[in-house]
Write a protein that binds this ligand. Structure first.
Ligand code: NAD
Length: 335
């Protein structure tokens, strides 16, 4: 089995990708400093896949831990999830974000160069599009000036990868621009585990339903959208995980010095109020929510054009928004 290093593999998307990698015939090697995840995720992952997993607790900015992994395993590729992702915090602590998100990519690329590892899949984000002028967004929709230091780290990392490919080191890169990952593994054993108050909608929804939060506030219902609330493109995390496996397999067939970027979304826009309604309907619950004022800096509406990933990688989502809401609630209940 080909070994794939997953940085940030104990996190939300990384842990689900570890499962899909094993299903796809790869062996994940997980590196995580547990700065935004918990070690017990590993045990839960092992219950799902029915075997022991290889895990290193360490910082991706530390060349020594990467060297150790490189000595102990022959790696066929890398998926780089490790990053900080809280948009609000990044505005207050920009250096923390630049240092970790950009620094870890640089250290990783030097490691790959030294070890002659060709393939890397990078976690980018639809945040690079800002509020686009035309919808849906394709991969050639111009990137806008980032709205936060976090968003800027994704733009800069994409640019670093493009420049590195241009330098003809033989590397092959896919940047996946995720839209809004939601849902959890259908077993309910792993899912999104926000530390502290969630900054994403769905963990806030499930925590409110569980009584951990008193009330959910919808930020604005007077936008130019079907029901006035913001529109996002929600993608089930298992579908997102599958996109990584497809991306890695595709890279193996490509020539050296290859770079490509793909949107990963459902291709549909759903409003925040539709998400709440779907959650209530599929789980037979009533959610305590109120409409609040608009939140400064929120993108009003965005959803993906997914033709490119459909056609080139042969990927399309298998789960609906209702599946995501059912699996998210299932996961919350297991907590
Ligand atoms: N979840 C989203 O909404 C979303 C959307 C677009 C892009 N992304 C990107 O996808 C990636 C994964 O996101 P996620 O939602 O799984 O986040 P997450 O916080 O759950 O997972 C990231 C993991 O990386 C680890 N980590 C952070 N810095 C590290 C370092 N220097 N060394 C080792 N481990 C480190 C954390 O402990 C965590 O387990 C991130 O790069 C994020 O920016 C996420």
């Amino acid at each position: 089995m080909k070994k794939i290093l997953i940085t940030g593999g104990a996190g939300y998307i990384g842990s689900h990708t570890a499962v899909e990698l094993i299903n796809g015939g790869f062996e994940p090697i997980i590196l995580d400093d547990l700065s935004n995840s918990e070690e017990k995720v590993l045990g839960r992952l092992e219950e799902i896949v029915g075997k022991k997993l290889i895990f290193y607790k360490g910082d991706c900015n530390d060349p020594a831990i990467l060297d150790q992994i490189g000595k102990e395993h022959e790696l066929a590729g890398v998926i780089h999830f490790a990053a900080y992702k809280a948009v609000g915090e990044s505005t207050a602590l920009p250096l923390k974000y630049y240092k970790n998100n950009i620094g870890s990519l640089l250290v990783l690329l030097e490691f790959m160069q030294k070890q002659e590892i060709k393939d890397i899949v990078f976690s980018s984000s639809c945040t690079v599009y800002g509020q686009p002028d035309h919808l849906p967004v394709t991969e050639s929709t111009p990137r806008k000036e980032a709205e936060s230091p976090y968003g800027n780290t994704k733009k800069v990392c994409e640019d670093i990868l493009v420049d590195f490919v241009k330098s003809k080191q033989g590397i092959r890169v896919i940047s996946l621009r995720y839209f809004n990952p939601v849902g959890a593994h259908p077993s309910g054993k792993i899912g999104e585990l926000p530390l502290g108050t969630p900054s994403n909608l769905v963990p806030f929804v499930t925590q409110t339903a569980a009584g951990i939060r008193e009330k959910l506030t919808v930020f604005g219902d007077d936008y130019d959208t079907p029901d006035g609330s913001c529109v996002r493109d929600f993608i089930h995390v298992m579908d997102l995980a599958d996109a990584h496996v497809k991306a890695l397999s595709f890279l193996e067939s490509k020539e050296d010095d290859y770079y490509e970027v793909f949107n990963v979304g459902s291709g549909n826009g759903n409003t925040v109020l539709e998400v709440i309604e779907t959650f209530e309907k599929v789980n037979g619950l009533k959610l305590n929510y109120q409409i609040g004022p608009r939140r400064p800096g929120d993108v009003v509406k965005i959803w993906a054009d997914t033709k490119k990933i459909n056609q080139v990688l042969g990927w399309s989502p298998q789960n609906s928004l209702a599946d995501s809401m059912r699996d998210s609630w299932n996961w919350q209940k297991s907590l």
